[in-house]
Write a protein that binds this ligand. Sequence first.
Ligand SMILES: [Zn+2]
Length: 237
Amino acid sequence: MKCKLCRKDKPLKKSHIIPEFLYSKLYDEKHRFHEIHIDAKKKNRLPQKGVREHLLCGECEQYFSKFERYASLVLNSGFELTVKTIDGILNFEGVEYTQFKLFSLSILWRASISSLDFFSEVNLGSHEEVIRKLLISGEAGKEQDYPFLLSPILHENEIQEALIVKPTLSAIDNNEAYRFVYGGIAWVFVISENKVPDIVVQASISKAGILKMIPWQMTKMGFIIGMAEDAIRNGKL
Ligand SMILES: [Zn+2]
């Protein structure tokens, strides 16, 4: 069997599409998110826990796991980051652009190559190969290449941290946009078919190392509000 990333004939591992750590609780009483007064005690049932499929060889699994370790440190307060709230948007400073972006793109790409029904709406077409090349090169591309928006999902002022929702296809300004929900956060990946609106690029991770998060009830974007509402509804099934 051919590894989907390096394309070598090798025994394939059972790979996670969404890394295991994103299925677990991301926030606790000590977590920095309490700086914005979010009470995250409530836990929902985990749907689709541990969805896996034979996709990658051991070497490529190891390669992705480096980015996963880094992202889990960022998202789980594994090291100190400066957080500033500007106009209701959280700005995490000191996040390594390449590692965090490759981590994020690796999930989008894995969902696209997956044959599992859970990811059936994610089909990147020709972008699948572009992203595969970015991933294997270890370079994350420009800020306007496949930017993504992060939005912690709040419901009655609590982060819905144990929520994983089937990814869906939507659109932002004639660009395809895939909405994922995991780790209590909605991730919206914008596929750069046309010019991606500047506002999207500015709200995504920057090469200067600023990762932004838009708590959904503060956002003015109906798209994200609709997504969060869907997420909450689905999580209550
Ligand atoms: Zn491989």
